[in-house]
Design a protein around this ligand. Structure first.
Ligand SMILES: *Cc1c(COP(=O)(O)O)cnc(C)c1O
Length: 512
């Protein structure tokens, strides 16, 4: 082995030496001893790997790999301990302009709902206990009556998520048999939920009906055989097929199903419970049931604004088959989710109250005046905290519901747009020629410097977006047009000051 490498390896301190070093004192007591030892070992192992790879520390005077100092190793140790003790699942601010953002946890629960969750989490509860009978009860009973009253369904059943609800209804109603689905409705939701895959997993044969853009009820009728167990309508929640298109009406499918003795299921995906305001264009659960389908399923955490759950409502006889299927047990809700779902549904007893108190609903129904005022408040709070060095403007945006709801509808909103002024350009554009920020090669300008300036702006903007994600409470924003857009549609007004703190922190890292 290279002598320089051997020398560097020998120069590394032992774990004990590291732990007894004064530099370890400030953090040693803050973490469990076993973790401190493990972190020191890992810091040493990383240093050893670097030395063996011939990396690390060589200078002109002393060539070859060098052992890091004990101080450096302890800095690495402390960083590891900090990373290990920080929660991975934590709070962020959603300034993306997508309210039901699947990657950011979809819906936020109101305080009245989280209070109930906390109480049930801390105590014993009536999860499966019937207080009147003094004995065993069922866990679903807590939400079923609410759901039937709210939707007008005969019966209801809840599972872990809507993908689970679709799987359960396929397995319980159509295992080993055929299910008819329009070619225009073979959806993929978020990469992991693809209808044809769920069908295969559920052991049912998918029979594709019609074409991608046009499917008529006659296509379904022609595909019905003695083996057809179910007609499934899927709400194309995250896309639309536009132009020369046709879809069979739910009503027509119901009539066909009655004539041929085939049940009809409707996967609504987002499922609005109240057809108010922003959701006017989204099919609502009660309307779907009124058309006569046997069972409707939808998510708990999309437009409902509650916890992750899959909700099934429909005819009593069909819901009973779902309830009794062995897989239902594997998909059941835990008590925390049940508490959250029950408390959320109770808010819907008064739809106006639901609109006011459920964050997803409240945000989606904000007026442009409200988002404009909120964006101005955020702009002012950022200005209070930051020196110059960038440009802040309030701009109109087209935000989105997200979660696969209302895919084409833009929700009018506002954002604080944060731009970095370009570095001064040597050969200026002729007087009176306005050049939009970040636009390369303006008329009369020196193309080379403009392109370089634009590149510098782009780099700064993406650095700022990255620092926003590292802020004390991370801020998730959107980069477009060489700017960072901080959309306020999903921002709680009570959080303006805290968000501004995080933004000021990120700006400080970038602009200095
Ligand atoms: C979102 C969605 C699902 C999956 O629901 P999860 O609650 O995410 O499991 C299924 N079908 C449709 C049409 C959807 O929009």
């Amino acid at each position: 082995m290279d002598q320089a490498i051997q020398k560097a390896l020998r120069a590394l301190p032992s774990v004990d030496e590291l732990l007894n070093h004064p530099r370890a004192v400030p953090f040693k007591g803050l973490h469990p001893r076993a973790e401190v030892v493990a972190a020191a070992r890992e810091a040493l192992a990383a240093a050893r790997r670097e030395i063996l790879a011939g990396e690390g520390g060589g200078t002109i005077d002393v060539p070859g790999p060098q052992a890091p100092t004990a101080e450096d190793l302890l800095t690495t140790t402390e960083a590891l301990l900090t990373a290990w003790s920080a929660p991975g699942l934590r709070r962020v601010f959603n300034l993306t302009g997508v309210v039901v953002h699947t990657n950011l946890g979809r819906s936020c629960l109101p305080a009245s709902v989280t209070d109930r969750v906390a109480e049930v989490a801390r105590s014993y509860s009536t999860l499966e206990y019937d207080l009147d009978a003094g004995g065993r009860g069922t866990r679903e009973v807590h939400v079923e009556a609410l759901l039937t009253r709210l939707t007008g369904a005969e019966a209801a059943f809840v599972v872990n998520n809507n993908a689970g609800a679709v799987l359960l209804l396929l397995m319980a109603l159509a295992s080993g048999r055929e299910v008819l689905v329009s070619r225009g409705q073979l959806v993929e939701i978020g990469g992991s939920f693809r209808l044809p895959d769920i069908m295969r997993a559920g052991g049912v044969t998918l029979v594709e009906v019609g074409t991608t853009n046009r499917t008529r009820v006659g296509d379904y009728e022609a595909a019905v055989t003695a083996d057809t167990a179910l007609i499934l309508r899927v709400h194309t929640s995250n896309y639309r097929i536009l132009g020369f298109t046709e879809e069979a009406e739910l009503q027509e499918l119901v009539e066909l199903g009655r004539r041929r003795g085939v049940p009809v299921a409707d996967d609504l995906g987002s499922g609005a419970l109240v057809p108010l305001g922003a959701f006017a264009a989204e099919p609502d659960v009660a309307a779907s049931l009124r058309s006569g389908v046997d069972v409707v399923c939808f998510s708990g955490d999309k437009l409902l604004g509650g916890p992750q759950a899959g909700i099934l409502v429909g005819r009593a006889e069909v819901i009973d088959r779902l309830r009794k299927h062995p897989v239902a047990r594997a998909l059941r809700l835990d008590k925390l989710t049940l508490a959250a779902l029950e408390a959320t549904l109770q808010l819907y007893r008064d739809p106006e109250r639901a609109m006011r108190e459920i964050p997803t609903l409240r945000c989606l129904n904000r007026t442009p005046e409200e988002t404009g005022a909120l964006a101005q408040a955020l702009q002012a709070a950022i200005e209070d905290r930051c020196e110059d060095g960038f440009i802040l403007e309030v701009e109109k945006t087209g935000a989105r519901a997200g979660g696969g709801a209302l895919p084409l509808a833009e929700v009018p909103s506002h954002a604080v747009r944060l731009r970095i002024p370009e570095p001064p350009v040597q050969s200026a554009a002729p007087e009176g020629t306005a050049r939009p920020a970040g636009a390369a090669g303006g008329p009369g300008g020196s193309e080379g410097t403009d392109v370089a300036a634009s590149r510098a702006t782009k780099a700064t903007v993406s650095a700022l977006e990255a620092q926003l994600r590292r802020a004390p409470v991370p801020v998730i924003a959107r980069v477009a047009q060489d700017s960072v857009f901080l959309d306020v549609l999903a921002l709680d007004p009570d959080d303006v000051e805290t968000v501004a703190d995080s933004i000021a922190w990120a700006v400080e890292q970038v602009v200095g």
